[in-house]
Design a protein around this ligand. Structure first.
Ligand code: SAM
Length: 473
């Protein structure tokens, strides 16, 4: 190719390739993938970083002519933070790209011809929608470009915020996150100030030493309650009591619950191996469509409350339930979909691996006086092996709802579904590529036909998309 590395090329963007990758074609033929916040229709300059036989990879250096779907990104960290990369794309265009992404992977990975993909259900609001934000502490602060140019070098030994993209272990010291609520940003500032004043040290991934690990803040849309979970490597009761006072003074005692989680893991996954409650009950309550859910620090709960209601309705509609329909809700978490399903009169069994989530699910069923639902702990990786026992215990389902993590179904879980051969499956997917792979196996090995697919936008300003797919035999 008549191009060289570091050369700056000018290209018109015609498509989205990935979250942070956009595509165009040079007049003499080669496809270019442009990294950085480009948008469809933009004419951009980009510096070549990779030359392959069939394509070039380049990094955005300047937008020469903005395309029709480009908007101003409101966040001061936009472009450096890994959190959300589509703030500069007009919301209707984000939705169209997500719908297309679902269709594309079903065709390309799943081999489904002309899948029936509906327009994505839009979110409202499109900022401040997260009910949980997970900040990380680090002793390796990532400096933003303008910070690197400052005369007095910054101290890089403390940061609390988000991991910088492609900078393993480095964390951006965040001022604000527009995807969370103002209270989450307030807690971030209160805890940072407290930690710096007390000279509390972040835990280091390199030396496995240091105190502060994660700051997870959850807020209920329905009640306004705030759950602050500060994860540390060991317990300092007096320090945590002082911090509890600071948080209480800032947020108000009536809506705060503060937990000190302890973890000695060798990674920064925000899980409490032990929890000490300093204020409140250690749980908050969220309400979805009239159903209330208790949420404790380790439980999974859909991150976008308003959209979770729409997602659950889409899943229940696809399931076509009525009084007495036998349903299994696999990967049921705290029982969200199970309770929505049981409310139709269906008889529901929810299965889930995290014991606390199963306990929460049982309590949620009781609190909402939903009777036709039962929950059990099960590692669905062993679904095929355990299937005879599960069938005997719970009876064969007519509908199986599946809501696995992003990786999708374990191959052995698919083996179990093939053996079970339930008449209808409703697959709620947070990664369409996993859905496409799993649905293809279910089609090839058990004769399932892929019905309508409803994308739901749970995460505006990012490329992520959730989809509800119906499969029938
Ligand atoms: C995407 S969440 C869905 C939760 C729930 N349906 C909801 O809407 O709140 C996935 C759930 O799968 C659970 N999970 C992950 N791996 C599992 C496994 N091997 N067996 C059973 N559950 C698992 C997680 O703990 C989590 O609760």
């Amino acid at each position: 190719m008549p191009y060289s590395k570091q050369e700056v090329i000018r290209v018109r963007i015609t498509d989205a390739a990935d979250e942070d990758k956009w595509m165009g074609r040079l007049p003499d033929g080669p496809v270019v993938f442009v990294l950085g916040p480009a948008a469809i229709g933009d004419l951009v300059d980009a510096r070549i970083i990779k030359i392959k036989k069939a394509y070039l990879e380049a990094r955005l250096t300047a937008v020469i002519e903005p395309g029709p779907d480009r908007v101003d990104a409101p966040c001061p960290h936009f472009g450096t933070c890994g959190g959300c990369k589509w703030q500069h794309v007009a919301y209707p265009k984000q939705l169209a790209l997500k719908e297309k992404a679902v269709r594309d992977v079903l065709e390309r990975i799943g081999g489904f011809a002309a899948p029936e993909v509906a327009p994505a259900i839009p979110a409202d609001p499109i900022y401040g929608y997260r009910n949980k934000v997970d900040f990380t502490f680090s002793d390796r602060r990532f400096l933003e470009p303008h910070e690197m140019e400052e005369e007095t070098p910054r101290d890089t030994s403390f940061a609390v915020g988000f991991h910088a993209p492609r900078q393993y272990g480095k964390v951006l010291d965040l001022e604000v996150c527009h995807l969370g609520t103002p209270e989450m940003t307030q807690v971030l500032h209160l805890v940072r100030r407290f930690a710096l004043d007390r000279q509390l040290k972040p835990w280091s991934t390199k030396t496995n030493s240091g105190f502060l690990r994660n700051l997870v803040v959850r807020q209920s849309v329905a009640t306004g309650e705030v759950l602050v979970n500060l994860i540390t490597t060991w317990r300092e009761e007096a320090v945590m009591e002082d911090l509890a006072g600071t948080l209480e003074a800032g947020l108000g005692a009536d809506r705060l619950t503060f937990v000190n989680g302890i973890s000695t893991r060798l990674n920064l996954v925000a899980v409490n191996d032990d929890s000490f409650v300093h204020r409140g009950t250690g749980r908050i309550t969220e309400v979805l469509d009239g159903l209330s859910f208790g949420i404790s620090p380790n439980s999974f709960f859909q991150t976008n409350t308003r959209q979770a209601e729409r997602l659950a309705r889409a899943a229940i509609d696809a399931a076509g339930l009525g009084p007495g329909t036998k349903v299994w809700d696999l990967f049921c978490g705290v029982g969200t979909l199970a309770l929505f399903a049981a409310r139709t009169g269906a008889e529901v069994t929810g299965l889930e691996v995290v014991p606390e989530a199963v306990e929460d699910a049982k309590e949620n069923a009781m609190a909402n006086q939903v009777e036709s639902v039962r929950f059990g702990a099960a590692d669905l990786m062993h679904f095929a092996r355990d299937l005879p026992r599960l069938r005997e215990r719970w009876g064969d389902p007519e509908v199986v709802i599946l809501d696995p993590p992003r990786a999708g179904l374990h191959p052995k879980t698919v083996d179990g579904l093939v053996a079970l051969a339930a008449p209808r499956l409703v697959y709620v997917s947070c990664k369409p590529a996993s859905l496409a792979r799993d649905a293809a196996r279910l089609r090839d090995e058990a004769g399932y036909r892929l019905g309508p697919i409803q994308p739901v936008d749970m995460f505006p300003q990012t490329a992520h998309v959730e989809a509800v797919a119906m499969l029938e035999r």
